[in-house]
Write a protein that binds this ligand. Structure first.
Ligand code: ATP
Ligand code: MG
Length: 487
């Protein structure tokens, strides 16, 4: 059988073979070729040892401790620029449940395939002959779209708990089903995930989120009881009923919101915000006799805090944490174009940040679709979006004011220090109310008046920034949660 293997890749296996070695494509690239998917990278395995590989390819370098040699092909395609060539390996002992105690180079391909995680990842291809070596019937599993371990599943998961995450991730990426025994073993060995670093769990979690089927994968993770090792807060929404606007429980809603983001091909940050946005509904849920329904007052405030902790725990970057928690914090924004004023829209944008406002609108769409009972209102939503576009033309941050710190220092002899920030923020509040005020003359007049105020008043006026809002939120969160414990 002929496979579309790029010349850069077959060139590498051929060079090894011409030098007298065995060489095969192996792992994800063979699987993807058989699935008619485009491989993300190309891995070659060989009986040559690292020094021998390097002798065949002068333009190569040692990549890591596992004997992998990176061969530079000079290709402009980033998936082809470096081909990884790894000697056959055997692995022994997995006493820490995450990596072998010893890795040794092996002499034959079968041994190398035996150490691999799933049958569909344990197929080798000799591109020069078009010949497949498939001792574990990986092709059969590809055909029936089943993910199954090589060998006894409990043993394989016991060796390396990261495989538990890889299993769920591959199911999401390939849209496969789990073999029954493999699924049972995941459930049994789930607790071993506690031995895996949070960074590695995060990376697999992200691949799940960025896949085409994140809902399917996370529901599966929940059923197999491993979601609690990924993001335990998400499991709290299981079975928590919502108000009448919703068809699903909190967990089901989060999953559907996430899936909508995936269906739309939206960014990782939107997907993260979608999966966490209502995470704190369980602890803020209260029955309202008046409404005869559940309410979730403040869930976005508590939720942004819980999201921050969850993302910190998974070692997400500062930048991601800031952006996602902001989206969660402001996801309840009021968007009725018939009732909202442009200045409220400006404040909204100031809160979430100009750079995040369109993500917030997308998150709202996910939220709406995720209820299972979306009120059809694309027309009103478009009008709101038009208001956002209009508001974006106005000044929304201190940096857009027609005055700045150095003007305050030079013209008004303000001492450098926090006072400058207070004045600028107080001015911004006025300009958010009415953008026409963003003119030097008006701002200068107001600056003089503001500077005449007692320092404490000025601080209150201008301290609209982060600190005050954070303090307020801290109080609000306490209140919400205390009420809950009393009630
Ligand atoms: P992709 O490249 O799409 O992430 P992949 O299957 O190629 O998928 P890699 O992480 O590139 O995944 O690993 C390459 C191959 O190495 C796999 O196909 C599998 O054969 C083997 N492998 C990777 N991780 C493990 C593991 N934890 N246990 C056993 N084998 C593994
Ligand atoms: Mg790969």
């Amino acid at each position: 059988m002929k496979f579309p293997v790029p010349l850069e890749v077959s060139g590498v296996t051929k060079a090894l073979q011409d030098a007298g070695y065995e060489a095969y494509l192996v792992g994800g690239c063979v699987r993807d070729l058989l699935l008619n998917r485009t491989p993300k990278d190309w891995d070659v395995t060989t009986n040559a040892k690292p020094e021998q590989i390097q002798a065949v390819f002068p333009d190569s370098f040692y990549e890591n401790d596992f004997g992998t040699v990176g061969v530079k092909t000079g290709s402009e395609d980033s998936t082809l620029a470096i081909i990884e060539v790894t000697p056959y390996r055997t692995e022994t002992g997995y006493s820490d449940k995450r990596r072998p105690d010893a890795v040794s180079f092996g002499d034959n391909l079968e041994e190398d395939l035996a150490r691999r995680d799933f049958t569909i990842n344990a197929i080798a291809l000799d591109p020069s002959k078009g010949q497949l070596i498939d001792p574990y019937q990986g092709q059969k599993d590809i055909e029936s779209q089943v993910l199954r371990t090589v060998g006894v599943p409990t043993d394989r998961f016991e060796e390396d708990a990261l495989r538990l995450m890889r299993a769920v991730r591959l199911v999401a990426e390939l849209e496969f089903a789990l073999d029954t025994d493999t699924a049972a073993a995941i459930k049994e060995k789930g607790p071993n995930l506690a031995h895996i670093s949070r960074e590695r769990i995060r990376d697999e979690f992200l691949r799940i989120l960025n896949s085409s089927q994140p809902m399917m994968a996370l529901v599966l993770a929940q059923q197999l009881e491993i979601l609690s090792y990924i993001a335990p807060d998400l499991t709290r929404g299981v079975g928590v009923d919502q108000n009448q606007a919703h068809s699903y429980d909190v967990f089901g809603h989060l999953m559907r919101a996430l899936q909508h983001a995936a269906d739309k091909g939206w960014s990782q940050d939107i997907r993260l915000a979608a999966v966490f946005h209502d995470v704190s509904k369980p602890e803020t849920r209260r029955w309202s006799d008046e409404k005869k329904d559940w309410t979730f007052h403040g869930h976005e405030v508590v939720g942004s805090r819980v999201t921050r902790k969850a993302l910190e725990d998974l070692k997400f970057s500062r930048e991601t944490i800031e952006r996602v928690t902001k989206l969660v914090r402001w996801h309840m924004f009021f968007s009725d174009p018939d009732q909202i004023t442009l200045s409220a829209v400006r404040r909204m944008i100031r809160n979430v940040g100009e750079e995040n406002i369109y993500d917030l609108l997308d998150l709202r769409i996910c939220d709406r679709i995720g209820t299972g009972r979306p009120k059809e209102q694309p027309f009103r939503f478009r009008r709101y979006k038009a208001m956002v576009e209009e508001a974006l033309r106005d000044p929304i941050s201190v940096g857009m004011l027609k005055t700045d710190g150095s003007r305050l220092i030079e013209k008004f002899h303000v001492q450098p220090g926090p006072k400058i920030g207070f004045v600028l923020h107080a001015l911004l509040e006025e300009v958010l109310e009415d953008p026409k005020r963003n003119a030097e003359e008006y701002l200068d007049t107001r600056t003089l008046e503001l500077l005449a105020l007692p320092e404490a008043d000025l601080k209150t006026l201008g301290d609209s920034g982060k600190k005050r809002r954070e303090d307020e939120e801290e109080r609000e969160i306490k209140e919400i949660l205390e009420k809950h414990h009393v009630g």
